[in-house]
Design a binder for this molecule. Structure first.
Ligand code: ATP
Length: 351
């Protein structure tokens, strides 16, 4: 059974902003699920509506098959970790962690034992008496996770859980979070606007735009086969090259390069169709010699990334980015060719 079932969920805030627009989503039991998208696309609203912190304008939310759309947050058995962790500054680490058990009116000894156990589990041994202000960002995050955990929620909701950490801690916390989620096997939905985080952590990702899901898939699917131009331009640490082109016979001509048109695309893309041709900088092979089916241009910029370089070719007035291996970087002004790897060119209808 799906852990979370969302149907036609719409949220219109007072003032008229439509943050969620008839959104459908199923999250499977035990899944680590990411909501990814640009600022303002409705990620936090979706999370808060599942938690019951925002009411739905219309549509339904079911948890484990039971409709919770009208239930208050306290009766949904959902653990939420906020971006700023929302710890109580005047309480010790252990009291912070034990807080949900106090609300549930558990006995003092039980509360303390379970809070201490959760603190140990999250690597907070010896920090129980400190206050949140005396902890690092990473430790505060663990306290917030421990606090959500002790209540044994059936669903974990994390709002930008790593955004307060510096780059090094972030990587460490990411690995930790992934291990924790797999060990506990608790259905987890997390919000991020950092695609590297979503790609690294999630079993599946929903890419959102304007209150809707534009693509839902595994990290590999979303990265390799973006379903539309929005996802194609949004996903990828160096953005995908998107070049205007045209179908001509059994080929596509884009920025001067003649590329094969895959057989399965022929029915959909008739001759003369204006298209956009997408190819990731990682999937282009750079050469200083001409090659059939390569984009030809002149090198305008070479950026060293450490281990590789991002080369910008000026191809018929369009910039084309190519990742080039260490030691093979050209010089600005050189003539260069970029050959797409087989099967790596994506074709989108224009508009
Ligand atoms: P970010 O990545 O910036 O946190 P988000 O994808 O989480 O963005 P939301 O916070 O869900 O987006 O906001 C979605 C839309 O709803 C935005 O246009 C936002 O301005 C609007 N919005 C959010 N909260 C409220 C509110 N309480 N009242 C009115 N409008 C709101």
């Amino acid at each position: 059974m799906a852990a979370i079932t969302i149907r036609e969920l719409t949220k219109v805030y007072p003032g008229g902003v439509r943050a969620l627009d008839a959104l459908d989503l199923d999250v499977a039991d035990g899944e680590f699920f990411a909501l990814l998208g640009p600022s303002g696309c409705g990620k936090t609203t979706l999370l808060r509506t599942v938690a019951g912190l925002e009411s739905a304008t219309s549509g339904t939310v079911a948890l484990g098959g039971a409709d919770v759309t009208r239930l208050p947050p306290g009766r949904r058995n959902v653990g939420m970790v906020f971006q700023d962790y929302a710890l109580f500054p005047h309480m010790s680490v252990l009291d912070n962690i034990a807080y949900p058990l106090k609300i549930k009116k558990r006995g003092k000894a039980d509360r303390h034992a379970r809070a201490a156990e959760a603190a140990d589990y999250l690597g907070l041994e010896g920090l129980g008496r400190r206050r949140p202000g005396e902890l690092s960002g990473g430790q505060q995050q663990r306290v917030a996770l421990a606090r959500a955990l002790v209540a044994e929620p059936r669903i974990f909701l994390l709002d930008e859980p790593l955004s307060n950490l510096d780059a090094r801690l972030r990587l460490e916390a990411r690995t930790f979070l992934k291990r924790l989620q797999k060990e506990l096997a608790v259905t987890t939905v997390f919000v991020t606007h950092d695609q590297a985080e979503a790609l690294a952590l999630a079993d599946r990702i929903a890419v959102m735009e304007k209150g809707r899901i534009r693509q839902l898939g595994t990290p590999t699917e979303v990265f390799r086969r973006p379903a539309n131009l929005f996802v194609a331009s949004f996903i990828g640490s160096t953005p995908m090259n998107l070049l205007p082109g045209r179908v001509e016979g059994e080929h596509v001509v884009a920025a001067g390069a003649v590329l094969p048109l895959p057989e399965e695309a022929r029915a959909e893309l008739p001759v003369g169709e204006e298209i956009v041709c997408g190819v990731r900088p990682e999937y282009l092979d750079y050469s200083d010699r001409p090659a059939d089916g390569a984009f030809a241009g002149r090198v305008s910029v070479v950026e060293h990334l450490g281990g590789s370089a991002l080369v910008t070719l000026d191809v018929e007035g369009e910039p084309l980015h190519v990742v080039v291996g260490e030691g093979r970087e050209p010089e600005p002004g050189d003539e260069g060719w970029a050959l797409p790897r087989p099967g790596r060119v994506l074709l989108y209808r224009d508009g």
